[in-house]
Design a protein around this ligand. Sequence first.
Ligand code: 5GP
Length: 200
Amino acid sequence: MSQAEGQLVVLSGPSGVGKSTLLRRLLTDFSALIPSISATTRPPRTGETPGVDYHFLSPEEFETSKKADRFIECCQVYGREYWYGTLEDEVTPRLTHGKWVILEIDVEGTLSILERYPQAVTIFVEPSDPAHLEERLRGRGTESPEAIQRRLEVAHRELRQSGHYRHRVVNDLVEDALANIKKILTEAGFSNDSTETASV
Ligand code: 5GP
């Protein structure tokens, strides 16, 4: 019998909702879950490592990969500023080997993924109060006021699109949100003890 196929997990949520912290904690606790490293034309922020946080590409390199069909989805996030995309190489070989791969991508990317992988486990992280997003984005201090404004507009649009996701998790207390995400994955057949998974 052939080895079970792996599964794709998609984690989305508006900027400032605390997705990165949740993902970091999840990857520590569920070490068998493999993060897909996206490609982007956005320049690295302080503290970001190429090949770990993102594959940072020039617009020309990104375009070349796009033309070569190396992305399973890609789009311009935040009002046509930068390109982001999921590389086929980050996903397909792992799925074929029965691994679970998690993507942290936006709503537009998720809709493309669902066309290709309708069984993907999609999770949308939302704030208990949308006003918290603005506080977190401003507190982070990494963006200009204009960029924060644009991110908030995108965030509010994304919140309205959360119905496309199979699961929604409120990130009020990190521990609770993390426990909920772990429960969703476990119920979907993920096991951290084995690289073999329930058939999907
Ligand atoms: P960042 O704050 O890292 O600049 O941008 C993160 C935003 O881009 C998040 O909304 C994240 O979900 C989205 N993003 C990151 N990688 C990808 C990707 O490969 N594809 C898509 N569609 N969105 C991505």
